[in-house]
Design a protein around this ligand. Structure first.
Ligand SMILES: *[C@@H]1O[C@H](CO)[C@@H](O)[C@H](O)[C@H]1NC(C)=O
Ligand SMILES: *[C@@H]1O[C@H](CO)[C@@H](O)[C@H](O)[C@H]1NC(C)=O
Ligand SMILES: *[C@@H]1O[C@H](CO)[C@@H](O)[C@H](O)[C@H]1NC(C)=O
Ligand SMILES: *[C@@H]1O[C@H](CO)[C@@H](O)[C@H](O)[C@H]1NC(C)=O
Ligand SMILES: *[C@@H]1O[C@H](CO)[C@@H](O)[C@H](O)[C@H]1NC(C)=O
Length: 303
């Protein structure tokens, strides 16, 4: 390998500059609004690959030290995303959301690869989190089929391209509507005014210092808490979403919390008001950060 693995920390804070205007109220969660939310994410992913592969040709990938097959696989992912866009558009008919304008933060092929990995992880997590709210078995089945494809794409990027772990542990991590939106919406600069409202709320951006927290060490947590609902006693926690497990670490009055020491692979974190694990956005106080704790084949994972 001629290039170092690039690990990108994507946080709602880091993306905030590009965030589109706050929407008034979340749309009700229905199969239609879930499909519109899914299509919004698929348009974003598809455009990401179209633009990136227009910018970087086979020679550019070769010059950057990647194996010759890598660009072709990314082109296949682009076509997979195009198919997802077409499928969801056909399901929604007249209710389909139109593409937006986007701003992606990569500056070279390694950072393009890193953004790709996060988009695929968040995409897979979005379908998993939405599954519990889907009413139609047909829609659920299609969502699973798309989610699996996105998770396999993420695994390919992580292992074959980044030379890191192919999975994040024994389970994938579901994310709910507003958490996903906090990570994805920052890539969107403007949308057609005719696009429908999505079943999401906007939460203040989260900043972690250091941006790449170290397991077992302290991390400083900050977000704009003005107006945020807090629990009766004012306590807050950082929720670490990893596998199907959520670990809560109390945030001290100094804004400091301690990073759990058993995180593996992609982990999401966000501030919450309550240590009840919810299947919705009820306890969120901040947007999420997508974090990376790479582990290699020598790491013994607890039985
Ligand atoms: C996207 O940007 C172009 C050029 O700035 C603008 O003309 C167009 O209206 C924008 N489209 C949307 C959907 O915001
Ligand atoms: C983390 O911060 C707490 C309180 O702010 C402190 O008591 C503890 O020693 C710190 N731990 C580490 C590993 O720095
Ligand atoms: C969840 O994670 C915590 C610490 O991060 C760990 O102590 C606990 O055993 C885990 N629970 C499960 C069910 O994996
Ligand atoms: C925590 O949130 C859950 C879900 O919203 C709620 O049912 C519960 O009462 C809350 N607990 C506390 C202590 O606030
Ligand atoms: C795996 O990671 C550990 C700790 O980060 C390191 O000591 C070891 O050399 C690595 N092994 C391989 C095969 O890369």
């Amino acid at each position: 390998m001629l290039f170092p693995t690039v690990l990108l920390v994507i946080s709602s804070a880091w993306l905030a500059a590009a965030a589109p205007a706050r929407r008034s109220a979340p749309a009700a969660v229905t199969d239609t609004s879930i499909l519109q939310y899914a299509l919004t994410l698929e348009h974003l992913e598809h455009t990401f690959y179209v633009q990136g592969l227009e910018q970087y040709d086979a020679q550019a990938f070769c010059d950057a030290g990647y194996e010759p097959s890598v660009r072709g696989r990314f082109a296949q992912i682009r076509e997979n995303e195009r198919a997802h866009v077409e499928f969801l558009t056909s399901q929604l008919g007249a209710d389909a959301t139109a593409p937006c304008n986007y701003s992606f933060p990569y500056t070279d092929i390694p950072s393009f690869v890193a953004v790709s990995q996060t988009l695929e992880e968040v995409g897979a997590a979005a379908y998993m989190g939405a599954a519990i709210s889907v009413e139609s078995r047909d829609v659920l089945s299609a969502a699973l089929a798309i989610s699996h494809t996105e998770a396999r794409q993420a695994g390919w990027v992580s292992s074959a391209v980044q030379k890191e772990q192919p999975w994040d542990g024994d389970y994938e991590t579901p994310l709910y509507f507003s958490g996903v939106w906090s990570l994805a919406s920052g890539f969107i600069t403007s949308c057609p005014a005719t696009n429908p409202d999505l079943p999401v709320q906007t939460f203040p951006a989260l900043t972690l210092t250091p941006a790449m927290p170290v397991m077992g060490q302290n991390v400083s947590v900050s977000y704009n808490s003005t107006g945020a609902p807090i629990s009766a006693d004012g306590e807050t926690w950082l929720a670490w979403y990893h596998n199907m497990n959520t670990t809560f670490t109390a945030i001290g009055a100094d804004g400091v919390t301690t990073v759990p020491d058993d995180l593996r692979g992609t982990v999401f974190a966000g501030v919450v008001s309550n240590t009840t694990v919810t299947r919705d956005d009820a306890t969120m106080l901040s947007g999420l950060a997508a974090l990376s704790f790479p582990y290699n084949s020598s790491t013994v994972v607890d039985a």
